[in-house]
Design a protein around this ligand. Structure first.
Ligand code: TYD
Length: 142
């Protein structure tokens, strides 16, 4: 089972250039999964919160393309908050981690690289069920 220790900042290549810097990702480099989907969150009103769920299978990689925001992570026991505020690094969040995005700055753009196509069935939106699954494991019916 993944813990918050498996949620890692990964530096991206940065090509310095007086005309403007450039960063990039490719499948597996340095993001450690094949990218099946890309989505982005933007125009977030002050004080709003996104996320607030976990995924059974999906792995994600978050990049602050513009501005900043906090990713609050919880593994059923421990939590940590990671601030993303540069476009040359990102945060890897594996499956079965409860995550919430908050504290968006004005004009923040959050890019998310995802390891699967969209599947509502993969979401765990019930916090208590998530907690129970993390405590007992998915196959434990006792
Ligand atoms: P959701 O993941 O619940 O947003 P958040 O957790 O950031 O608050 O997605 C919000 C809505 O957008 C939901 O109705 C499903 C839809 N959606 C897609 O259709 N495709 C996608 O790739 C994503 C991420 C969401």
């Amino acid at each position: 089972m993944n813990t918050i220790d498996n949620c890692k900042i990964i530096n991206l290549p940065k090509i310095h250039d007086p005309r403007g810097n450039l960063s990039f990702v490719e499948n597996g480099r340095p993001v450690p999964f094949v990218i099946k989907r890309v989505y982005w969150i933007y125009d977030v009103p002050g004080g709003e919160v996104r996320g607030g769920h976990a995924y059974q299978e999906l792995q994600e990689f978050f990049i602050a393309l513009s501005g900043s925001f906090d990713v609050v992570l919880f593994d059923g026991q421990n939590s940590k908050t990671v601030t993303l505020n540069r476009s040359y690094f990102g945060l890897l969040v594996p499956s079965m981690i409860w995550r919430r995005l908050e504290n968006f700055s004005t004009n923040a753009v959050c890019l998310i690289l995802a390891s699967t196509l969209y599947s509502e069935a993969d979401y765990l939106r019930d916090f208590n069920m998530f907690q129970r699954t993390k405590t007992k494991g998915p196959d434990d019916n006792n």
